[in-house]
Design a protein around this ligand. Structure first.
Ligand code: M6R
Length: 607
């Protein structure tokens, strides 16, 4: 996943490249580098670690030139060292790459037989040497692109700079997106519209298989057969301005606090202002023959899908399967024409989710994406889109985007239930009221931050922990465990409370903390029995519940936090907030990098 940028124009390239790399760091932050071209020489600077390290380095030795390429890396092949950082260069060519070249080993061996010496462990370096070899035969950059690209297998987007061609950058896309922008001072190539924000809001996306010649004043697109083609211009409307922390210590904390506003924005967009009914910008006509829903997503977005399964089955009486996109993409048999496939994604660029969308499209399913980023690949490629209105999410750990996903999926479930006549207008309004009141309750839980900090102080030094919940709380238990894993590097698992006795109970002893989400629901007595099973083995109980549920569990917990009672169906939106707070404060107490945890990236654009 990595982010790339290229610029060719009339002003200094270095500040433009660095600015874009900062926007792109959500794609990876293992290392960063830039290369510029002036007077026939390629100048290179790379640094392991975050972009600030690169900035410090180039401040001492600025790179000259009005064209260049840049890269921020999430390591796939090779450690995050300077040698493995992009751009990779020879005397004649420099290249940056996002993706994986699957046949790199074969290509590398063949190049090595011809005497090429490799200086990194990356798959990217084969691209570099293939271009170099092609140029050394006298080919132009365009001829080299036509010769090299068909040899590459896998998923990639690349930008290539040529020492002898001071006006041309070649870009190519096979899988991960690549966008071209034209501004006053020149032309740009970037991993997405986000990279190009601030320079231009007129974007053209390469289609899969396209390659492009980017020059100061012109851009020429070629399709996979080399034919010159045109690609539509889309406007990104300033979605991409810089995002600050607004006085919060971390982006994640700021984003946690934005969640009541996210729910309000979703309600404003999708609830009829006077009738008080769900009003979505999609046609039921397109969905009336649907017999089954298949929800496909990854990570936190997958857990949003698991919550939606309960809602859709209850309100719309439709069977729902939820699958991890990286698994589903290789199981075509699970899809059929009368399926509605729902794709959930913050970024809209997750490679596995996009691959699942492509499969669903080929199968002839109806496709609906629930995405945060407008103009993302999922938005552009699926038949219908519902936006989550979370705004830019910078923290790698997803918080407000999950809240937006749940709010949209909640409304979609009510909408479908009404259209299918499975729920009455009265039920729709009554349930909707629960969601309309939710932001007030979210605000109230935000006011309890200190309580979660106290609970976190009991947990942050542990090596393992369990999260338990039943029914709608089961996905929230898994989401809580994921947040703790990614932020605190503590091994955590989320389990359905009733499943513990089928194995995981063996893990429980006096060292095992067990966090239980226990809202007042018809299943409360069952959850209480599960809590007693843990207590009987000496497990340390941490409770998050409401007044009624906690009154049944006196003197049971090491620590507990009481949060407001809400309609049962909206409990996932409320209970995820304590899970986020807990993980956040555990990470702060542990001293980990909250906004950019190790080994991760915000957008996972490789398989
Ligand atoms: O952009 P997406 O929603 O498609 O991303 C999916 C996952 O990579 C993402 O939710 C990931 O699990 C988060 N870092 C979790 O906090």
């Amino acid at each position: 996943m990595c982010g790339l940028i290229a610029y060719v124009g009339t002003v200094d390239a270095q500040p433009i490249l660095l600015d874009a790399l900062k926007r792109l760091r959500y794609r990876g932050y293992d290392s960063a580098g830039i290369a510029t071209l002036s007077q026939g020489n390629i100048h290179l600077c790379r640094a392991p670690g975050k972009i600030e390290a690169l900035e410090e380095k180039v401040a001492l030795n600025p790179l000259l030139g009005t064209m260049g390429i840049g890269h921020t890396r999430w390591a796939t092949h090779g450690l995050p060292t300077e040698a493995n950082a992009h751009p990779h260069r020879t005397e004649h060519v420099a290249v940056v790459h996002n993706g994986i070249i699957e046949n790199y080993d074969t290509l590398k061996k063949s190049l090595q037989k011809k005497g090429v010496v490799f200086t990194s462990e990356t798959d990217t370096e084969v691209i570099l040497h293939l271009f170099d070899a092609s140029l050394s035969k006298g080919n132009s950059p365009q001829e080299a692109a036509a010769e090299v690209l068909p040899q590459l297998e896998g998923a990639y987007s690349i930008a290539v700079l040529f020492a002898q061609y001071p006006h041309t950058i070649i870009g190519a896309r096979h899988g991960p997106p690549l966008a071209v922008g034209r501004g006053e001072n020149g032309s740009y190539l970037g991993s997405d519209a986000f990279a190009l924000g601030g320079f231009t809001d007129e974007i053209q996306y390469l289609e899969d298989g396209d390659w492009v010649e980017v020059m100061d004043r012109s851009v020429t697109f070629h399709d996979r057969d080399g034919l010159v083609v045109d690609r539509p211009i889309v406007h990104s409307h300033g979605v991409m301005g810089p995002v600050g922390k607004d006085g919060f210590r971390h982006y994640m904390l700021k984003e946690i606090y934005e969640q009541p506003s996210v729910v309000n924005r979703v309600l404003e967009a999708y609830v009829h202002p006077t009738q008080g009914t769900v009003n979505l910008p999609i046609e039921y006509e397109d969905l009336k023959d649907v017999k089954r829903c298949v929800i496909l997503a990854c990570g936190t977005s997958y857990y949003a899908g698991l919550v939606a399964k309960y809602w859709l089955e209850t309100f719309a009486n439709i069977p729902v399967e939820v699958d991890i996109a990286s698994e589903a993409r290789y199981r075509s048999s699970s899809l059929c024409k009368d399926c509605l496939c729902i794709f959930i994604s913050q970024s809209g660029e997750t490679a596995d989710t996009l691959a699942a969308l492509s499969l669903a499209t080929q199968t002839g399913c109806q496709t609906l994406s629930v995405v945060n980023v407008a103009q993302s690949s999922l938005d552009r490629l699926s038949r219908m889109t519902l936006f989550t209105f979370a705004g830019p999410e910078i923290g790698v750990a997803s918080t407000k985007a999950f809240m937006g996903q749940l709010a949209v999926l909640a409304l979609f479930s009510l909408w479908l239930g009404r259209r299918k006549n499975h729920i009455t207008p009265h039920i729709e309004k009554a349930r909707l009221q629960g969601l309309i009141e939710l932001p007030i309750h979210l605000e109230s839980v935000l006011g309890q931050a200190q309580d979660f900090q106290t609970m976190a102080s009991h947990l942050y030094e542990k090596r393992h922990m369990l999260f338990l919940g039943r029914n709608l709380m089961y996905p929230i238990a898994m989401e809580g465990a994921l947040k703790v894993k990614e932020l605190s590097y503590i091994h955590a698992e989320g389990y359905p409370a009733g499943e513990l006795k089928h194995g995981p109970l063996a893990l429980v002893d006096s060292h095992m903390p067990v966090v239980v989400f226990v809202p007042s629901t018809p299943l409360i007595e069952k959850v209480i029995s599960n809590i007693q099973e843990v207590r009987a083995r000496g497990g340390q109980i941490f409770l998050i519940g409401d007044e009624n549920s906690l009154s049944k569990l006196e003197d049971v917990a090491v620590s507990e936090v009481k949060i407001p009672g809400v309609q049962e169906w909206v409990t996932p939106l409320l209970y995820v907030l304590p899970a986020q707070f807990l993980a956040y404060y555990m990470a702060c107490l542990k001293g980990t990098d909250v906004d950019q945890p190790r080994n991760l990236a915000k957008s996972v654009t490789v398989e």
